[in-house]
Write a protein that binds this ligand. Structure first.
Ligand SMILES: [Zn+2]
Length: 217
């Protein structure tokens, strides 16, 4: 099925795609008053374990609803649209990252039991089918069930994620890794995953996300 038949033109109009200029590290839209900056406020002056990454859509009210439906109302099929859209719009950029593998951000097994799927893994598998780059779901695991991070400040997020992820095996060949996730806000989740992947032997870590916190609203 062609991707454009998955969503009607009226709904497509409502999607706020990320547009330039963006942060060179996390890909978040830079607010108007910061358009000359290279990095957004979240990334400025902060050491990042990942090299850089990109996101597709601004995480506004519409996307909050859509992503919540994916996670809490079993709208697994929305991911087909988002996964294909990631490839259509960011496929070239993934090409430049030249990852050896995609690694989806894992969810805790209790959540997996309830939801039946990991949204990040579903997206990753679509990207794998399109690019031929494999999804490795057997490297990163989530040890700790973290509370929803959305109401926490950056410091609290980091504390909450401390020890949340672990790796099950080494990346013996120094693979280049592209982390895949559904939502990027301050970057604390991707950062925590990237740190573990580097410790396990990854040579470089990038990321790709469907949604990213709005910078220009
Ligand atoms: Zn940034």
């Amino acid at each position: 099925m062609k991707n454009y038949s998955r969503i009607c033109p009226d709904c497509r109009e409502l999607i706020s795609y990320v547009s330039e200029p963006v942060c060179m590290c996390c890909g978040k839209e830079l607010p108007r008053e910061e358009e000359d900056e290279a990095f957004c406020r979240d990334c400025r002056g902060r050491e990042r374990s990942f090299k850089y990454g990109y996101a597709l859509i601004n995480y506004d009210k519409l996307m909050t609803r859509s992503m919540s439906a994916v996670k809490n109302r079993h709208r697994r099929e929305y991911l087909d649209f988002y996964g294909e859209e990631l490839f259509e719009k960011l496929g070239d950029r993934i090409g430049h990252m030249a990852p050896d593998i995609f690694v989806p951000v894992p969810i805790h097994r209790s959540r997996l039991r309830i939801r039946g799927y990991n949204q990040a893994e579903e997206l990753s598998k679509i990207l794998s089918a399109k690019t031929g780059i494999p999804t490795a779901s057997d490297i990163l695991i989530r040890r700790k069930k973290t509370a929803a991070l959305k109401n926490l400040g950056e410091g609290e997020r980091r504390k909450s994620l401390n020890g949340a992820f672990d790796t099950l095996r080494k990346l013996e060949k120094g693979e280049r890794v592209c982390i895949v996730d559904d939502i990027y806000t301050t970057g604390s989740t991707v950062e925590a995953c990237a740190k573990e992947l580097l410790a396990a032997g990854a040579s470089e870590v990038f990321f790709i996300c469907v949604c990213i916190g709005c910078g220009r609203k």
